[in-house]
Write a protein that binds this ligand. Structure first.
Ligand SMILES: Cc1cc2nc3c(=O)[nH]c(=O)nc-3n(C[C@H](O)[C@H](O)[C@H](O)COP(=O)(O)OP(=O)(O)OC[C@H]3O[C@@H](n4cnc5c(N)ncnc54)[C@H](O)[C@@H]3O)c2cc1C
Length: 460
């Protein structure tokens, strides 16, 4: 063992440090098209004190540190571009508190979406949190670190980062801080009324510090659930249909999709409207409100609701939707990456046309779609391109398509989300110079030696 490995083993225990080629290989890549890069060490801390000691060591020896949750971000953000330590947070997966009356949970950073969901279903069945459609192994902290969104983002207040009620973080400098009400009183119930410092760690891709605990909002879990599917071939009416549904304020989740697969859906825009209620009467009333809101459209018979056989309904009622993960591997080659762009809802038709143009250019397949965020305040529009990881030509084509898509999203007036390093560069080039300069000042204050996820959010 070299000296660093020995010291890391003293901190976390020898079973939780690895320098073996096999394990470093696994941590050198993700499911997307970004080039792999080997870490020097894989380390699994058990608690925040150990994280702090690792960060001190890394500062003393100038070792890069890449925090990692589920490693499911797909755009290379957990690939250690400069080597160093991959800090796998999965051992820190304790659910520390569920406050039934103030509706929040406090979890360690490595707690997965699936764990919290299962725990709530078992111990607090009246409550739930907003689940992304990511595989259940994705972590709560990894998702808020990139401004993720999920099935309650339309109805319950936007991005998951907006549902954070407090954080505990080890800064890149090694200090440990609490942010939100938990910094001042015992409860983790709110970020207000204090100056909101949580933003220094949300959307930063692990470049400012390691989140060790998260307070996250919980919401009532209604007893009844149903879904309506609205179909149209006319791309340009989609935003108005979406606005009409949003205006009813009765939908829990609203998603839009356009995909050439399965064959029978080719050419159709599909709007998936999830509804929840505490009684059947309430559920039926909500369905009627949605139908009435779209009456002007379906009376023309050019668009309409698609009846769903019960066998198909289950897929649409799931959260997370496993059907999405299946689609992610539609080419059976295990490769999947998408540009998610946060953009105004009215840009959806142009984004669809651009996505189809780009995939035609490279002869690849696509799945395009959007989740409505807030009451139509924005949409997360995804341009998803599955590929075969064993086919180098396929990978190259998808890489070019993703690059073109990042540029196209910005041109359309959107901002690529959780984007890979090349996309981050495009954003920083277009950003007001005073804003990017402020970002860099903040980053160097929190991470003075530049050890945190180097390569990301950097102006060169
Ligand atoms: C089929 C499929 C569907 C998806 N659907 C959705 C969706 O509906 N909504 C959505 O938001 N995403 C979705 N995703 C994208 C992604 O999987 C999720 O956003 C996921 O929550 C990321 O979490 P993770 O734990 O895997 O993060 P990771 O990939 O481990 O990390 C993401 C980023 O956060 C940083 N990070 C991780 N942990 C910490 C920490 N403790 N402190 C500081 N920084 C940290 C990492 O360095 C990295 O920059 C989907 C992915 C797939 C494959």
């Amino acid at each position: 063992m070299d000296k660093i490995t020995e010291r890391l083993a003293e901190i976390v225990g020898k079973d939780y440090v690895s320098t073996s080629a096999e394990e470093r290989f696994i941590y050198s890549r993700d499911q997307g098209v970004q080039q792999p890069h080997m870490p020097d060490y894989v380390v699994l801390p058990d608690n925040a004190r150990q994280v702090q000691e690792i960060i001190h060591l890394a500062n003393n020896d100038s070792i890069p540190v890449v925090p990692m949750g589920g490693g499911l971000v797909l755009s290379g953000l957990t690939i250690p571009l400069a080597g160093g330590i991959v800090l796998d947070m999965k051992r820190m997966n304790r659910i520390l508190e569920v406050n039934e009356s103030s509706h929040y949970a406090v979890v360690e950073a490595g707690t997965s979406q699936g764990m919290l969901d299962a725990y709530l279903k078992k111990h607090h069945p009246r409550l739930k949190h907003s689940l992304p459609d990511a595989p259940p192994a994705a972590t709560i902290a990894g998702n808020i670190a990139i401004h993720g969104s999920g099935h309650l983002s339309q109805s319950e207040g936007g991005f998951h980062s907006e549902m954070v009620t407090g954080l505990e973080v080890v800064l890149g400098s090694g200090e440990m801080v609490k942010l939100g009400s938990c910094s001042t009183v015992p409860g983790w119930f709110s970020r207000a009324p204090l100056p909101d410092l949580a933003g220094l760690f949300l959307g930063w891709n692990g470049t400012t510090g390691v989140i060790t605990k998260v307070g996250i909002k919980l919401f009532p879990r209604p007893r009844f659930h149903d879904v309506l599917i609205y179909m149209t071939e006319d791309i340009d009416i989609a935003p108005d249909i979406l606005f009409r549904i949003i205006e009813t304020e009765v939908a829990e989740d609203i998603n839009y999709a356009l995909s050439p697969k399965p064959d029978y859906l080719n050419g159709f825009q599909m709007i998936v409207i999830n509804l929840v209620a505490n009684t059947e009467i309430e559920l039926n009333m909500k369905k009627k409100i949605i139908r009435d809101a779209l009456y002007d459209y379906y009376k023309t018979k050019e668009s309409g609701f698609m009846p769903l056989p019960p066998a198909m309904k289950g897929d649409f009622l799931e959260a997370p939707q496993k059907a999405l993960s299946k689609f992610a591997d539609v080419k059976k080659g295990g490769g999947f990456e998408y540009v998610g762009a946060i953009m105004p809802v009215e840009k959806i038709p142009d984004a669809c046309r651009e996505g189809v143009r780009i995939t035609d250019r490279y002869g690849i397949t696509y799945s395009l779609g959007a989740r409505i965020i807030g009451r139509g305040h924005s949409a997360m529009f995804f341009f998803a391109y599955p590929f075969n990881r064993a086919d180098t030509q396929d990978i190259e084509k998808v890489s070019h398509a993703l690059e073109d898509t990042n540029a196209a999203a910005l041109k359309l007036g959107g901002i690529p989300w959780k984007t890979e390093v090349s996309g981050q560069k495009l954003i920083l080039e277009q950003m007001e110079p005073q804003t990017s300069s402020l970002m860099m000042k903040i980053k160097s204050l929190l991470d003075p030696n530049g050890i945190m996820n180097p390569g990301n959010w950097e102006v060169k």
